[in-house]
Write a protein that binds this ligand. Structure first.
Ligand SMILES: [Zn+2]
Length: 56
């Protein structure tokens, strides 16, 4: 497992070692996170859902 920090709540997020960039993960805090791989370092960023209606 790989342990990374949630960029939103700062909590730990456990990812499988074979996680791939672009994978979408839902964290305990309710945030949807996207996996980003940068120089072999796994990171997370808040996923801005495509086609979701944030308007109302
Ligand atoms: Zn979180």
């Amino acid at each position: 497992m790989v342990s990374v920090k949630c960029p939103v709540c700062g909590g730990d997020v456990q990812l499988p070692e074979d996680v791939v960039a672009g994978e979408i993960i839902e964290h305990d805090c309710g945030m949807t996170l996207e996996v980003v791989v940068d120089n072999n370092t796994v990171k997370l960023r808040p996923f801005e859902g495509v086609g979701e209606d944030w308007g109302e």
